[in-house]
Write a protein that binds this ligand. Structure first.
Ligand SMILES: Cc1cc2nc3c(=O)[nH]c(=O)nc-3n(C[C@H](O)[C@H](O)[C@H](O)COP(=O)(O)OP(=O)(O)OC[C@H]3O[C@@H](n4cnc5c(N)ncnc54)[C@H](O)[C@@H]3O)c2cc1C
Length: 454
């Protein structure tokens, strides 16, 4: 049964994609957003961090151009210009999403929404309270940075990620707490700007969830850049003085620097959302568990994006939003494919860039699955040599009996773009021979994909 009135709380990638797609399918859509349409985590974290990484990349490149037959170029960071650039890109993306939704007839309300009952949403706006009733509701309020009780971010010396785009001054020595994806991207960003960095790594490997070979490639680069790694250490307190910060770890070590940055994960924005008033269950962490249609335990109330506790990625949030819109409008009965989280591509925007999709080698080993692994280095690729970036590799995992591509990892320049080919192969059950037999551009980095598939 198609739904008429569809209310969405949260205008990030999950919410705005659901709104746009549902409107296209004919729903009457209301989108409630308390801050910025486009999403807090997305526009205030994901996009600024990538913008700053791009600037760091340009700076690194400017310093390296002598290797490409050019004279050395003097370049230095301009924090004020960088801040403007971040804001400009945010504004542009926000405007284009808002314009699209407006043109599709989506009603946008600026305010804080919450459930009042199974079919009722209350919105607190600057002008007062508005009450909405809905046939279907999507909760996609995202997440925010986790702030531990042993640190007090002040926006000056002890920073959250959102206070670092860019910070008021460039740290002379930044102590980054947390070595997951966010932590290592910040380490990469600030070393590109010329800052000294110490990284607190709670385990023995940076990126603990990643393929060890991939993590080792990044760790080598961090060491080459002079990053100090405090391995096997958990931060227990951050002390601030006029001169700087001291991060005390549980093994007694102390990392001293000019600034500290917290990158220790996120928590869902579920409190105050009225879940209990509508009978929606949350788990102990505050996430709203969902089934494969993104339905909560209340069938017409959906959850998507970071709130759903699945993969915390903008791309996944958008795809969930799309699937929710299809389900709400009855489209899933026609041509619907469930979202397979195992097949979501992801990337880490460091140097070398890292991207992967599908089955990982360590995972195949752990479950005893037979796989064929083929790997080629970029040092054998003409375009990588021309670009003066021959580091890294392409690795493809396939089924030895059928040749079907099961997964892959890429370490090296443009990995986040190149992984799309393997992602398509994994999603569409293509075989390694399908990649090998595609006539690719020469010279191009993609030729390494065909070589790895051979
Ligand atoms: C530093 C950092 C870098 C990242 N980089 C990447 C990346 O490179 N690639 C990637 O795919 N992902 C990245 N992510 C993750 C990505 O940003 C999130 O997974 C994504 O934004 C989740 O989308 P969402 O729609 O669930 O939530 P959000 O983008 O957070 O949007 C939720 C929206 O809901 C609104 N809201 C909250 N409560 C209410 C309420 N009660 N009423 C009304 N509105 C409300 C918020 O204001 C917000 O705008 C990064 C995250 C961080 C922290």
């Amino acid at each position: 049964m198609a739904t008429d009135r569809f209310v969405i709380i949260g205008g990030g990638p999950a919410g705005n994609t659901a709104a746009s797609h549902a409107a296209r399918l004919g729903a009457e859509v209301v989108l409630v957003e308390s801050d910025i349409v486009g999403g807090t985590a997305h526009l205030r974290d994901c996009i600024p961090s990538k913008t700053m990484i791009a600037t760091g990349g340009a700076l690194t490149f400017a310093h390296r151009i002598a290797g490409m037959g050019l004279h050395h170029l003097e370049a230095e960071i301009d924090l004020a210009a960088l801040r403007l650039r971040v804001e400009e890109i945010q504004r542009h993306l926000h405007d284009s999403v808002s314009q699209l939704l407006r043109s599709q007839g989506v009603r946008m309300i600026r305010g804080k929404g919450r459930l009042k009952g199974p079919h009722d949403v209350v919105v607190e706006t600057d002008d007062g309270i508005e009450e909405l009733s809905a046939d279907a509701i999507l909760l996609c309020t995202g997440s925010r940075a986790r702030i531990p009780d042993w640190a007090e971010p002040d926006g000056e010396r002890v920073l959250t990620t959102q206070q670092a785009y860019p910070p008021p001054e460039l740290p002379s020595h930044l102590v980054v707490i947390g070595s997951g994806v966010t932590g290592v991207e910040f380490v990469h960003m600030f070393t590109s700007f010329g800052c000294k960095v110490t990284l607190i790594v709670s385990r023995q490997q940076v990126l603990p969830a990643k393929d060890p070979e991939v993590a080792a490639a990044l760790e080598n680069e961090l060491l080459r850049r002079g990053v100090r790694l405090f391995k096997g250490a958990r931060a227990e307190s951050v002390r601030r003085s006029d001169e700087g910060v001291s991060v005390v770890c549980d093994d007694g070590r102390v990392a001293r620097g000019s600034h500290a940055l917290l990158a220790i994960g996120s928590i869902p924005n579920s409190e105050g959302l009225g879940l209990e008033d509508a009978g929606v269950e949350a788990d102990r962490g505050g996430y709203v568990p969902i089934n494969h249609h993104c339905q909560s335990n209340v069938a017409h109330i959906y959850a998507a994006g970071d709130l759903s506790g699945k993969l915390p990625l903008s791309s996944v949030a958008s795809m969930q939003g799309r699937k929710v819109a299809e389900h709400v409008m009855g489209g899933h009965t026609r041509q619907h494919r469930h979202l397979d989280y195992e097949k979501a591509a992801s990337a880490i925007f460091t140097e070398p860039e890292i991207a992967d999709v599908g089955l990982a080698e360590a995972e195949a080993f752990a479950i005893g699955r037979k796989i064929r692994v083929t790997k080629v280095p970029f040092s054998a690729n003409a375009k990588a040599l021309i670009n003066d970036q021959p580091r890294g590799f392409v690795k493809i995992l396939s089924d030895p009996a059928t040749g079907v591509v099961l997964g892959g990892s890429i370490v090296g320049r443009h990995a986040a773009e190149l992984i799309s080919v393997i992602a398509l192969a994994v999603t569409c059950h293509l075989k390694v021979s399908d990649i090998v037999e595609s006539v690719l551009v020469h010279p191009s980095l993609s030729e390494s994909l065909a070589d790895a598939a051979e």
